[in-house]
Design a protein around this ligand. Structure first.
Ligand code: AMP
Length: 301
């Protein structure tokens, strides 16, 4: 199947007006491109549940800090077009920065509040405001029935869910499980930065989450002990630098003091110049839980 490429808001709106007029349901899958199997799983899921799938492919400058990888973030249009088509996308929206942020409008931002200061937000100030802003713009442009996100960016999904609830946006959000390589590494566009040795070391994130599961099964319930164990496990490889490991409430993202209910273990780890994130949802007994029942669009405030 072929996918139509469009780069302006007015082209997308015109095309979607026709789609809408035919009574077709529209899905949006927001991405920053460099499409991989994780993105394709979202696109496939969207294509199963909707008649018409729009994939946005936009490296959003407002979610990168001054010393982050905006300039070197992988961009590969031909590859993306092929991957998107293969997975069943109908329209690939490839706007320029000027198209999404026309004159002066960069001054308008969504402020996501405390949720944007926790976990990854602690080291990436303003990141989630940038993410929420671009997603709001994309939702307004496409006006989909459903929008698809991956569990891999759990904090992002929680923040978007809360934005949808806060602004009464008429869209249903779907969160799909993290897609992994056979050795457990979560698929990510940033995995391309890893050299051979770093790629091997990167499996430690997944292995540390399985380690956590074993500890839970063995009966350990103290969140401080558990996170200490994980940090020690990751610290055994000197190529890794742990930014954070946190056991948090999956709804509020605040650290848990005791483990009596399902929780999220989330982490960010640096390997060389690459920052990787991962997470899993666990029951107190160590069962690994899927993301869907944790996203129902309830307002936390
Ligand atoms: P990105 O292009 O990295 O901004 O990701 C676009 C969307 O794909 C986000 O909703 C991500 O959570 C999702 N995604 C990225 N990697 C994965 C993965 N390994 N499995 C599932 N979803 C993913």
């Amino acid at each position: 199947m072929s996918v139509v490429l469009l780069s302006t808001v007015s082209e997308v709106r015109n095309r979607l007006q026709q789609v809408h007029a035919q009574g077709a349901s529209i899905a949006l899958v927001p991405t920053m491109g460099a499409l991989h199997g994780g993105h394709q799983a979202l696109i496939r899921h969207a294509a199963m549940e909707n008649d018409f799938v729009v994939v946005s492919d936009f490296v959003n400058p407002t979610q990168f800090g001054p010393n982050e990888d905006f300039a070197r973030y992988p961009r590969d249009l031909q590859h993306d077009q092929q991957r998107a088509a293969e997975a069943g996308a109908h329209l690939l929206f490839l706007p320029s920065v000027e198209e999404i942020y026309p004159t002066l409008s960069t001054t308008f931002q969504v402020d996501v509040g405390r949720l944007g200061t926790l976990l990854c937000g602690a080291s990436r100030p303003g990141h989630f405001n940038g993410v929420a802003t671009v997603v709001l713009k994309l939702l307004e442009i496409v006006q989909p029935e459903r929008v698809y996100f991956g569990q891999k960016d759990f904090q992002q999904a929680r923040i978007i869910e809360q934005m949808i609830a806060a602004f009464f946006l008429p869209v249903q959000m779907v969160v799909c499980p993290t897609v992994r390589e056979v050795d457990g590494l979560a698929l990510s566009s940033r995995n391309r930065y890893l050299n051979g040795e770093e790629r091997v070391a990167a499996t430690a994130l997944y292995r540390s989450l399985l380690q956590l599961q074993s500890l839970l099964i063995a009966g350990e319930r103290d969140p401080r002990q558990l996170s200490r164990h994980i940090e020690t496990f990751l610290g055994e490889d000197e190529r890794l630098r742990v930014e954070y490991v946190a056991l948090v409430d999956p709804f509020t993202l605040e650290e848990v003091q005791q483990i009596t209910a399902p929780f999220l273990c989330a982490m960010a780890v640096h390997i060389g110049n690459t920052r990787l994130i991962d997470n899993m949802l666990f029951s107190p007994h160590g069962e690994i839980l899927p993301p869907d029942r944790f996203f129902q669009g309830t307002d936390l405030q």
